[in-house]
Design a protein around this ligand. Structure first.
Ligand code: CTP
Length: 443
């Protein structure tokens, strides 16, 4: 019997009490039901790496769905079961999610070439996974709590900072793992191991990537964009020829690397200030990745990435809006142009578009004013509404929208800061506009 290192003290030190309670409850329930229960995957990897990770994945050597139901009943929560895969998600009342999988006998048949006899089901479950660092399990049943199950040398690979597959068909079975390898390598500052790198190159030369569906590629790209340093991953992809493999138009040239570098900076600045609304990283970075692609070619990329009609329309529209805004921004001069003009240029854009403009501008004062817009201007509200206009005797109609818009402009430019000033301005505008309106209809 293999020796298993006990890491209970690390577990205790690195996880919040709530998570420790969940592990204990899950382990006790497992024993009650007569099954071994393990925490697995990224959760265990991140305990060893000392990185907080509250995505708990459990594997039950028994009936995962039955376990999940009892677990939810015991702790308070609901269950979404997938009977086809014998998995379940438990959503506890405080919002914590726990994924539960079943290590089951059927796993013995997969992959086909394996000697099947002496493998425990947890070993088979772990063997199906992508990399050694993700193929760790932690026992949580009472009596064995905290024992680390490491069949494949994951601890050694973590010590040596290596990303390594478990078997040579790993990338053939699932080419998205190539992108996962890069993502983990860059995230943890690890190195893809020598043999694993040969297998990646082999998979690429077999053009396995071109067989991947756009949806799956896009999903992996999104995960990459959610990383702390997406550019590091994209550069590594470029180096290995993966950008071209996805689509030749996506090859990273100097100009794109430059804009992506700026995008990362601007995005980090934005995250640091906790500004609203939240950024959808892929929308931001895809703008940089597709910079310079002409209108009549861009649909090749969105087609390859399997965008829906709607996603495609939104993305094209965003690119067009940005182009328009860039033109207008060129004419905007600090001190000479009104702030309200900047507001009108930026206001129709989603935050990803605004951040892209910030990254794109070389002029320092444009960047500074865009940041002003994000930090302050975008939240400006006037002190007057339609009801107020009615109360001061303005006849309801299309004129309301015009007046309210002009009040906003005046407030942004500092010409009507208070409610009093705004009401006065509204009256004045009403007179002018109605006079003009009568003049026009009188013609
Ligand atoms: N997995 C895999 N092959 C894939 C995707 C996932 O083998 N193409 C396995 C990995 O072993 C992983 C587990 O499924 O540990 C869960 O996947 P996921 O939640 O994506 O991975 P994490 O390791 O938790 O990654 P992250 O830290 O990015 O959440």
């Amino acid at each position: 019997h293999r020796r298993e290192r006990n890491i209970a003290s690390q577990v205790r030190n690195r996880l919040p009490q709530r998570m420790l309670d969940l592990l204990k409850e899950a382990g006790e329930l497992g024993t009650d039901m007569g099954w071994e229960v393990y925490a697995v995957g990224g959760f265990v990897r991140d305990i060893l790496l000392g990185r907080p990770n509250l995505d708990l994945d459990l594997v039950v050597e028994g009936d995962g769905i039955a376990f999940a139901r009892r677990f939810a009943a015991k702790l308070g929560g609901r269950v979404k079961a997938h009977s086809k895969f014998k998995t379940a998600v438990v959503i506890l009342d405080d919002g914590q999610r726990v994924d539960v999988a079943t290590a089951r006998l059927e796993y013995y048949e997969y992959p086909a070439a394996l000697p099947t006899v002496e493998l425990s089901s947890i070993k088979m479950d772990l063997y199906r996974r992508d990399f050694t660092v993700n193929a760790l399990a932690l026992r949580i049943n009472p009596g064995r709590y905290g024992q680390l199950v490491d069949f494949f040398g994951a601890e050694r690979d973590i010590r040596n900072k290596t990303i390594r597959v478990l078997h040579s068909l790993s990338f053939v079975e699932d080419p998205t793992r190539i992108l996962r390898a890069i993502r983990f390598e860059r995230r943890f500052d690890f190195q893809i191991g020598g043999q694993t790198m040969r297998l990646i190159k082999n998979a690429l030369s077999l053009k396995l990537f071109s067989k991947l569906s756009g949806t799956r590629v896009m999903h992996e790209l999104q995960l990459i964009m959610n990383e702390e340093d997406p550019l590091a991953c994209l550069l590594r992809m470029q180096e290995l020829g993966i950008m071209e493999a996805i689509h030749p138009l996506l090859s990273l040239d100097k100009e794109r690397v430059q804009i992506l570098t700026e995008l990362v900076k601007v995005h980090n600045w934005y995250k640091l200030l906790y500004l609203e609304p939240p950024v959808v990283p892929w929308k931001l970075y895809l703008l940089g990745m597709t910079m310079g692609i002409k209108r009549d070619q861009i649909d090749q990329v969105t087609g390859r990435l399997h965008f829906t009609r709607r996603e495609e329309r939104d993305f094209f529209q965003l690119r067009d809006q940005i182009g328009e805004a860039l033109m207008k921004l060129m004419g905007w001069k600090e001190g000479r142009s009104r702030l309200s003009r900047l507001y009108k240029i930026l206001h129709p854009l989603p935050v990803e578009g605004i951040l892209f403009l910030m990254a794109r501008s070389r002029k320092e004062y444009i960047r500074r004013n865009i940041s002003q817009y994000l930090a302050r201007l975008q939240y400006v509200e006037i002190e007057v509404n339609g009801k107020d206009l009615k109360n001061i005797g303005i006849e309801p109609g299309p004129i309301y929208a015009i007046i309210l818009d002009k009040l906003m402009t005046a407030k942004i430019d500092g010409r009507a800061e208070t409610r009093h000033e705004q009401l006065n301005l509204a009256k004045k505008l009403n007179k002018e506009l109605s006079a003009r309106f009568e003049e026009e209809s009188g013609d």
